[in-house]
Design a binder for this molecule. Structure first.
Ligand code: GLN
Length: 546
């Protein structure tokens, strides 16, 4: 067996939500900046084939890759940190593993054997650990195992990891365990026992972790590190403090200070190569933390109770803000709470309005009110996917006087189906993975807002929808003042709409938030934030003059 590729696994202990995704992304970034070709994949221990059918309240946003995979939101972090696209094989669930094994069983591929968790499920997990490197292009593969060690549903992954490590050897397969050091106010101490227990749990499964990353709200004193090292059988240098950061983009710096990248490369017998050049990131974090001004963006959606439902949008706004040294204050507006009576109170003081993607009729009326307000008050507006469709519906009803204009998602028999189900979607019966998904080209009209933002006439963006602009209304919309400035070159599907008589009003059928990266702020978010800032400056000027 050639051992060109090195594997790093990240497991979690003590509690969930400690930030395995950010740890993996930050470490991968440091290794990438040292000159290694790195990718990150995530294994999720739930039965859904992918998170595409999950309600955002369950699991936060569903992130979409270029090749149309509906994936866990951690993949968004991977892309924003690493600035390389992920794909179908970067996210695997238990459902996917079982689906493959059961399909093989039905084909008689197990030759009459009893099909079992061990070895059949674990073999499939191990195959998937490697699958991402089919073309052998990665030097290092980081694999995040979802869930917390000790969960029943994680057991097959932990066993697969034990075997994988045995087969590859610790020099080629490193295990990083992320734990929590709780702080007891009364005694003023960081407690190590939960970490010790969590490591014991891994040991019971036959895995000795190599590196312990300890989340802590206080500095971890040397004697505490020493204790953890001694009781958990890891080298002292491999006990890494992971303090709370004021932004996730600071975590690579904190981990570098703790020499996590150096320790990892040493244990994997890899060359340290060059010291990671974090200049760009340093400037970025400095801009992020030292803004010159603040703009308020209303994020209108129906899942606003769980901010993770809009994670990539929030991060894209923040990244674009940092580029211009602007702090983005998000005003979360629940679309179900928006009425004609309270809209001025809810949206009157914001500098930009973003109407979010979504599915189903709940909260749609409020979104229409938000669009109308943005249009009439000339507040910069960005509508994404459903947000764009709502902008089309609102314009149809209130400007073109198309009574009852609607999307057939909400009214199948309305007089004016200005948003219609896509033809190829009409025959679709199955739910998961059947929308128009992934990257498609879009031709952008010259001199449009979008053209100014992208500085290009051909762009590629990612999609996730079943409905589209009904092109039989195209001429009417254009004539009435809504320009169709972006279309798919092959199908004519409308991708971008803009208002002629408005400083910044843009609806996009695609999801720009999936392609925004730290090292490449997204042009649409940049232009939207700039417009919001200009609007704010203008408002302030008007107030002074009054
Ligand atoms: N529900 C709409 C559709 O399916 C919009 C989807 C979305 O916002 N992602 O077309």
């Amino acid at each position: 067996m050639t051992h060109k590729t090195k594997y790093i696994f990240v497991t979690g202990g003590v509690t969930s939500s400690l930030g395995k995704g950010i740890l993996a992304s930050s470490l991968a970034k440091l290794l990438q900046l040292r000159g290694y070709n790195v990718t990150i994949q995530k294994f999720d221990p739930y039965i859904n084939i992918d998170p595409g059918t999950l309600n955002p309240y369950e699991h936060g946003e569903c992130y979409v890759t270029d090749d149309g995979a509906e994936t866990d939101l951690d993949l968004g972090h991977y892309e924003r940190f690493l600035n390389v696209p992920t794909s179908q094989s970067n996210n695997v669930t238990t459902g996917r593993i079982y689906e493959t094994v059961i399909r093989r069983e039905r084909m008689g591929e197990y030759g009459g054997k009893t099909v079992q968790v061990i070895p059949h499920i674990t073999n499939e997990i191990k195959r998937r650990f490697r699958l991402i490197n089919e073309t052998n292009k990665f030097d290092i593969i980081l694999t995040e195992i979802g869930g917390t060690v000790g969960d029943i549903e994680s057991l097959p992954y932990i066993e697969a990891l034990r075997q994988f490590r045995y087969e590859h050897g610790p020099e080629h397969c490193l295990v990083i365990h992320l734990t929590l050091l709780p702080y007891l106010q009364a005694s003023g101490e960081l407690k190590t026992k939960p970490t010790q227990h969590s490591v014991k749990m891994l040991l019971q499964s036959g895995i000795q972790p190599d590196v312990l990353v300890c989340r802590s709200e206080h500095k971890v004193p040397q004697d505490v590190k020493d204790k953890i090292a001694r009781f958990c059988n890891v080298k002292l240098e491999s006990v890494i403090e992971n303090l709370n950061a004021s932004t996730i983009y600071e975590v690579p710096f904190l981990l570098k200070k703790e020499k996590l990248d150096t320790v990892v490369l040493k244990q994997l017998s890899l060359d340290q190569k060059e010291d990671p050049d974090l200049t760009y990131w340093k400037d970025f974090v400095t801009r992020l933390k030292n803004p010159n001004d603040e703009v308020t963006i209303a994020l209108v959606g129906k899942y606003v109770e769980l901010h993770d439902s809009y994670l990539s949008i929030v991060e894209s706004l923040g990244i674009a803000g940092a580029e211009n040294e602007l702090k983005i204050k998000i005003k979360w507006v629940h679309s179900e709470d928006l009425t004609n009576e309270n809209v001025v109170r809810q949206l009157g003081d914001v500098d930009g309005i973003l109407v979010a993607p979504g599915f189903g009729v709940r909260g749609v009326d409020g979104k229409i009110i938000a669009v109308k307000f943005a249009r009439e008050s000339k507040i910069p507006f960005l509508g994404i996917c459903l947000g764009m469709q709502i902008a089309v519906v609102e314009f149809g009803r209130n400007v073109l006087n198309l009574e009852g204009a609607n999307s057939t998602e909400f009214d199948e028999k309305g007089a004016h189906p200005v948003i219609n189900m896509m033809e190829e979607q009409k025959k679709v019966k199955q739910m998961g993975g059947t929308m128009r998904l992934g990257a498609y080209e879009c031709a952008v009209k010259r001199n449009s807002l979008a053209h100014k933002a992208y500085q290009k006439t051909r762009i590629t963006e990612r999609h996730r929808h079943r409905y589209e602009f009904n092109n039989s209304y195209a001429a009417q919309y254009e004539k009435g003042g809504m320009a169709l400035t972006g279309t798919n070159p092959d199908t004519e599907l409308v991708e971008i709409v803009e208002l002629k008589d408005h400083p910044y009003f843009m609806g996009v059928q695609f999801h720009p938030e999936y392609k925004s990266r730290v090292e490449r702020p997204h042009p649409l978010f940049l232009s939207f934030i700039n417009a919001a800032h200009e609007h704010m400056v203008q408002q302030n000027r008007d107030e002074v003059e009054e």
